[in-house]
Design a protein around this ligand. Structure first.
Ligand SMILES: [Zn+2]
Length: 255
């Protein structure tokens, strides 16, 4: 498989000959409205932090289907809704998201289930917990996905989640060889973390020591608190740099 990080959680996964686009946010730098409150360091910059590393045309070339883990502004935006062909297959997490995407004009929608598929690729929805403490209620529902195919390694896309027992259970059940985690340790000025911190990434590694862990959702939005530089020095300290991959925006990993 190939995983190309575009920016934030937006990525292209090439798997068993198909190209899946995950969580497209196509806005230009600073084009989106402010988030609900300032970040932990009190900055309240407009999102996203950077422009896309490649053009939208290039991103959309030969995309076969789309997976939306949830519909927060940094995973689905108006620019993406306008750019995508309305008949492209889109997997969503629930009826609520299906309704929103249908209202945007999309016609080929499916709620990701325990036994979904795209062609001969098996897809399974996984549980996610978008934050710790009271912030979880504000953040709402998210789902992840496991992908399986005889010609490929098993891939687990954890999505916007902190480390918790269901991530552990998914790892024990599916034994994924590649895991993609969202690791920017996003925090608002009040409340706990919203996605994985470096300690959470380390826990994921301990649960799946042989898996390649790809860390995305870094430095893309104003409330990311963990930088790539800081995560790199953490994984070097732990001597796990061969297992924790930290792509730059636009970079493609062959796994
Ligand atoms: Zn997010």
């Amino acid at each position: 498989m190939k995983v190309q990080l575009i920016r934030n959680a937006t990525m292209i996964v090439e798997y068993a000959g198909k190209r899946m686009l995950v969580d497209p946010m196509f806005a230009k730098k600073g084009e989106l409205a402010r988030g609900p409150m300032p970040a932990k360091d009190w900055n309240w910059k407009r999102n996203p932090n950077h422009d896309l590393p490649i053009s939208v045309e290039e991103i959309l070339k030969d995309i076969d289907f789309v997976f939306l883990t949830h519909l927060h502004f940094d995973h689905w935006d108006e620019a993406a809704a306008n750019a995508l062909p309305k008949d492209i297959k889109v997997f969503v997490q629930d009826e609520n998201d299906k309704k929103v995407i249908a209202e945007a004009g999309f016609t080929n929608l499916e709620i990701l289930g325990e036994i979904s598929s795209f062609g001969d690729i098996k897809l399974t929805r996984t549980k996610a917990k978008h934050g710790k403490g009271f912030i979880l209620k504000l953040a709402g529902q998210v789902c992840g996905m496991v992908m399986k195919h005889p010609s490929e390694k098993t891939l687990y896309i954890a999505a916007d989640t902190v480390w918790y027992e269901e991530v552990d259970k998914t790892i024990q059940k599916f034994n994924p060889e590649v895991i993609i985690v969202n690791g920017g340790d996003n925090r608002f000025v009040i409340g706990d973390q919203l996605i994985m911190s470096k300690e959470d990434i380390y826990q994921t590694h301990l649960a799946a020591p042989n898996a390649d862990i790809v860390v995305v959702h870094m430095e893309g939005v104003y409330h990311n608190t963990l930088t790539r530089k800081e995560l790199r020095s953490f994984v070097n300290e732990k001597a796990i740099e061969e297992k924790i991959l930290i792509p730059e925006d636009g970079e493609t990993l062959s796994l």
